[in-house]
Design a protein around this ligand. Sequence first.
Ligand code: GLU
Length: 448
Amino acid sequence: MSQLNENLQLIYQDVLRRNPNEPEFQQAMLEVFESLNSVMAKHPEIAKKKILQRICEPERQIIFRVPWIDDQGEVQVNRGFRVEFNSALGPYKGGIRFHPSVNLSVIKFLGFEQIFKNALTGMPIGGGKGGSDFNPKGRSDNEIMRFCQSFMTELYRHIGEHTDVPAGDIGVSAREIGYMFGQYKRITNRYESGVFTGKGVTWGGSLARKEATGYGAVFFAREMLKARGDCLEGKTVVVSGSGNVAIYAIEKAMLFGGKVIACSDSSGYLVDEQGLDLARIKRIKEVEYGRISQYAEEVKHAKFIAAGSIWSVPCDLALPCATQNELNAKDAEQLVKNGCIAVVEGANMPCTPEAVRILQNAKVAYAPGKAANAGGVATSALEMQQNASRDSWSHEYTEQRLEEIMVNIHKTCFETAEAYGCPGDYVMGANIAGFLRVCNAMDAMGVI
Ligand code: GLU
């Protein structure tokens, strides 16, 4: 990362002016801009044709009312979003997030990241993101269904297998995708499997999609450690979150011989020094939709800590798999002090910019989410491929494809960082490689 040169500074000032009060989006843009000094010098056509300015402007932004009726008969009103950011490499592709923190800034930062992440996978997918400020926590199954149906009653007209292909994200998994896909099918009278990914495996979903983001992050971690002559075997691992990404990151880290001792949810964090009991976590989270504190009620030697930061737990490898800006400068300092050797992002933008700087200055291997968590969306592209050919692949084959993609993303980031004179800097490697792929396609297609 470096200071922006004059031209980039001017472009950044302009996008700040055009997108005020959107701190997450601004943060995501700045991170990419900071990687582009030498790219812009090497490729003058990017500035000349204003490709960066065009990339920062979403192709289309849809904001809509989502009215629904709760179990008490009360009318509720939420706001729905879909930001169709960039379709240079394929149909818009990216998840849908249901969380009370969702606003336009959050969806734009996620959509922006998604463009470069998707480009890094090498699959034919553009970037987009959607969601709502709906809070699914504590809602009944019927309420979730009514909400999803109302959401889709507007969104259906904007999506399609060749246009925009949503998937899950925080608060949206196969259950919600089922309700949304069902409503889409009903309104359009089309069984268009490829319009959604992350579907249930009995109705067009891909095996290994559920596991893909977490597994992919650990494949990336393995490659990164390998590049430093190290491995996961015997390492102490801390994983924040306990949702889909966290659960399967824990699973793969354990399969590779790591000892995972902590995870968390929004109420606090859980430490089990003997190693987490993953079957218990899966039951609590996936079957009972419960809270992680329950683990400590069931297991005497485990501790649940409601206040404080999970990053105070000493570890060799940290996998932030919860949400944006969950790991700040103080946390990063603590990790460095405790001898952490690698931080691999399973979530989108979980480390603050200050935290990233601290980790990189301390020579901790750091993998940004747009590279390390790309396994989820890559496997979504594999799901689209299966749907297009009306086929379904085995778990083994799909996971093997995922592994190849992650190894490749690591190689691309590693080599790009070297080529641009910053060996070991995966932020530079990921941003430059993803950015150049998008620029190249946009340039080929003219001013659009
Ligand atoms: N929400 C996931 C992500 O952040 C997956 C998106 C998808 O599969 O389309 O990449």
